[in-house]
Design a binder for this molecule. Sequence first.
Ligand SMILES: NC(=O)c1ccc[n+]([C@@H]2O[C@H](COP(=O)([O-])OP(=O)(O)OC[C@H]3O[C@@H](n4cnc5c(N)ncnc54)[C@H](O)[C@@H]3O)[C@@H](O)[C@H]2O)c1
Length: 368
Amino acid sequence: MEKLRVGIVGAAGRPSAFLAAFKMSDKAVLTAACDLNEDALNRALSGIDGVERYNDYIEMLEKANLDIVIIGTPMHLHVSQSIEALKRNIHVFCEVTAAVSIEECRMLLKACKESRAQYMMGENCNYMKPYMIIREMIMDGAFGSVFYAEGEYLHDCRNLLYKTPWRRKYQYETRGVTYGTHSLGPILSWMDWDRVESVCCAGSGSDNFDLQGKRIDGDNTALMLCKTVKGNLIKIRTDLSSPRPYSLNYVLQGTKGAFESSYVSKNQNYHHVWLEGESDPGKWDELIKYEEKYTPKIWRDIGAQAEAYGHGGSDAVIMTEFINAIYDGKEVPIDIYKSLDMTLPGLVSQQSILQGGVWLPVPDPREW
Ligand SMILES: NC(=O)c1ccc[n+]([C@@H]2O[C@H](COP(=O)([O-])OP(=O)(O)OC[C@H]3O[C@@H](n4cnc5c(N)ncnc54)[C@H](O)[C@@H]3O)[C@@H](O)[C@H]2O)c1
């Protein structure tokens, strides 16, 4: 079978991190790239030959004969660009979040149902090695029955507010959880794709200014509580503007053990596990103790290569999983329903916070 032909839109920004996956792949090749910023596109593609360059997305879809498009443009363009590709039966790998409104989620699902192509939201945190190991351990029963989890995304991105101005409206000045999939994604996979059925949300308020001294209208911290269909409880905190180092944190509690984690940087991480009957009472084990037994196959196969690239190797791993699924004619691992299950709770939290933090139901897209 011929290699899959891949195009990237927004190629000069975030998706450039995926270029590595194509260097490693014998199943897909980058054949086209599109960005409004021609100079930045040329810089991103320097040293990569044979890639058609576009500054008009529709023109790329029409002319480049693509099997797959990777969408890495600003959040509010994800749905319209995904729909254009799905209409042409081109498979979509789209950056987070899937959509910026509930209505957009409905439109995206409709387009998926009408298309022969598949859609996957690229939640790369699900593919970080420690969190994949935790999923393997859970599936093996190591934590007993999991009933509680926390996820925190604490990332002062104010330095990006002028470089990527869309963030002000869609991530900062919309109240509630606007960027929650990095936290919710791994947690839902640990709960074996349990679904959030209701949320409530509160904000810390703000006394908040960007780096040029202009006021930011939005909460520094937004806190969302989630109840799931199986009765589990999840706490999500996002904070994109408080001065502090980056930190991606998770907590997990099961009937037989617990996990606490903080991903800070490549060299400074904290991943601790305690398992009843296995760990010393009152003393955490390092997750590394369980790596040998529970590292999943994809990380054993390509981890050494992938780790050289973005987000601890998760960018290359997730792209490889997506390409393999499309190439082999299988279902993508994060399908449209999982993508919306990660995205919808945050969108409903934005209504909850405006209504004083009331609990609100989260729609099940399978019923749409
Ligand atoms: N998964 C992750 O770890 C992660 C990390 C960073 C960003 N993101 C996501 O990636 C996306 C992009 O973020 P970014 O910081 O690169 O944003 P950005 O504003 O830099 O945009 C990315 C690129 O898209 C181009 N672009 C904008 N509109 C376009 C259009 N209509 N046609 C073609 N190109 C267009 C821009 O010129 C830019 O080069 C966002 O959705 C963000 O949420 C995800």
